[in-house]
Design a protein around this ligand. Structure first.
Ligand code: 5GP
Ligand code: ZN
Length: 114
């Protein structure tokens, strides 16, 4: 998806300092953070949303969550607690149509979310 901003970041056409990276997953810092720690974990393969990932590609999810676990350990987020959020669809607040998981931490996180 050449017009996708996250694909451009994954392809290193836009420079970022990754928090964590492997062959399948990239974790970066959100450039408009909503908490003291606000990371974005994304599969390197482009899918717009969870429901678009075919069953045959389900290993994408284990890879993604394994990458999230690595980033959480590396940033020591379990000390504060952390929240994972996936906005799916414009009405749910998704602004970048490349599947990604927000990792929020470093402040009290209230429930229910808005
Ligand atoms: P969404 O609104 O789709 O759930 O989340 C997209 C997130 O990506 C937003 O929190 C936004 O701040 C972040 N974002 C958008 N463009 C960029 C970018 O170029 N670099 C980084 N680091 N974050 C971005
Ligand atoms: Zn993309």
């Amino acid at each position: 998806m050449p017009e996708c901003i996250f694909c451009k970041i994954i392809a290193k056409q836009i420079a970022v300092s990754p928090v964590y990276e492997n062959d399948d997953v990239l974790v970066i810092r959100d450039n408009n953070p909503q908490a003291p720690v606000h990371l974005l974990a994304m599969p390197k393969k482009h899918y717009a949303a969870i429901h678009e990932v075919p069953a045959a590609e389900a290993s994408l999810f284990s890879d993604l969550f394994a990458g999230i676990g690595k980033a959480v350990e590396q940033e020591d987020l379990s000390r504060h607690g952390y929240r994972l959020v996936v906005n799916s669809g414009e009405k749910a607040g998704q602004s970048v149509p490349h599947l990604h998981v927000h990792i929020l931490s470093g402040r009290p996180l209230h429930w229910p979310p808005g």
